[in-house]
Design a protein around this ligand. Structure first.
Ligand code: PLP
Length: 336
């Protein structure tokens, strides 16, 4: 048995999810005529208190579309240096939107209002225009760290005062929400746009949703089309999304509990320098500096444990729907 901990994107649809997909009613979504896509978009928008939503292939696409709608050529996006939008989207901010970034160093990827306030550009022709603030919750590269809503609300006030829209890369927003027990509706009030992944912890094969006002989503739909992201009978995939939103949110807590045990197990090993606090379903560890992450991941591989390198001496494990208590027991046996 292979123990798959490379990413929570490795989950495969369960028989019940597949059944929902097989029986979906579909149409041509480019013609806005796929009832299941429309149902998913309405459901996701309603959950977070938005007017509208757009179902897309990936979280990279939803983030990049949002950035493209919010900023103009030469503008600047303010975000943390660990952000997925900066590190892992192929340079898309520059390539798709001709915009630059103003990178901040937060606490495991989490920013505070005062940090952002310090870098908002004055109205002066020398500077790029600070056109967007983008946060990530939970922070992937920060080991699954999550925000407190009060910190986000302070950032929102700052953004409103400076007339700057606020975007959330909420690829793993539900991992944060099951821990804080905050209402998703509170999130809809503070972010002008939000990207939510269905293919991570929620366990669908494909898909993310972008949330915003009707006017924003109308613009987003044009950008999606331009990127080649218009799709046809996408309802088969949207059905998986609806199923996931109905069934797979509360169980994320199990993933967090198992990740926490993985963290404790790894912290005891002599080759491990330290493990970042395990707040949700991501475990990031730093190895002793004599050991390369690439070599270590290969050693784990030989034991049938799959993990990813996350830096020269950094390794990441992610728990998910297909990683059960049996897998955890087996993991502990193999690791020691
Ligand atoms: C996975 C992820 C995304 C989107 O990734 P895709 O593979 O493009 O769906 C965006 N942001 C974060 C923080 C992620 O972890």
């Amino acid at each position: 048995m292979t123990i798959e901990l490379r990413s929570d994107t490795f989950t495969k649809p369960t028989p019940a999810m597949l059944e929902a997909m097989f029986t979906a009613e579909v149409g041509d979504d480019v013609f806005e005529d796929d009832p299941t896509v429309i149902a998913l978009e309405q459901k996701a928008a309603n959950m977070f208190g938005y007017e509208a939503a757009l179902f897309c292939t990936s979280g990279t696409m939803t983030n990049q579309i949002a950035i493209n709608v919010h900023v103009k050529q030469g503008d600047e996006v303010i975000c943390d240096a660990l952000s997925h939008i900066y590190l892992y989207e192929g340079g898309g901010i520059a390539a798709n939107s001709l915009a630059s970034v103003n990178l901040l160093e937060g606490d495991r990827g989490r920013l505070k209002a005062w940090q952002i306030k310090e870098v908002i550009q004055p109205d002066n022709i020398h500077h790029p225009i600070s056109a967007l603030v983008s946060l990530e919750n939970t922070v992937n590269k920060g080991g699954g760290a999550y925000y407190q809503l009060t910190d986000i609300q302070e950032i929102k006030q700052l953004c409103v005062a400076n007339n700057i829209p606020l975007h959330l890369d909420g690829a793993r927003i539900f991992n944060a929400l099951v821990e804080t027990e905050e209402s998703p509706l509170e999130y809809g009030k503070v972010f002008d746009s939000m990207s939510v992944c269905l293919s991570k912890g929620l366990g669908t094969p494909i898909g993310s949703v972008l949330l915003g006002t009707k006017a924003f989503i109308k613009k987003a739909k044009r950008v999606r089309k331009r990127l080649g992201g218009g799709w046809r009978q996408a309802g088969y995939l949207a059905a998986a999304g609806i199923y996931a939103l109905d069934h797979n949110i509360n169980r994320l807590k199990e993933d967090h509990a198992r990740a926490s045990i993985i963290g404790e197990t790894m912290a005891k090993l002599p080759e491990v320098e330290n493990v970042l606090p395990v707040d949700t379903n991501i475990v990031i560890l730093n190895l002793n500096h004599k050991i390369l992450a690439a070599d270590y991941v290969q050693q784990l591989n030989a034991k049938g444990i799959r993990a990813t390198t996350f830096g020269k001496h950094q390794v990441r494990f992610v728990t998910h729907l297909d990683f059960t208590d049996d897998h955890l027991t087996e993991f502990q046996k193999r690791i020691l």
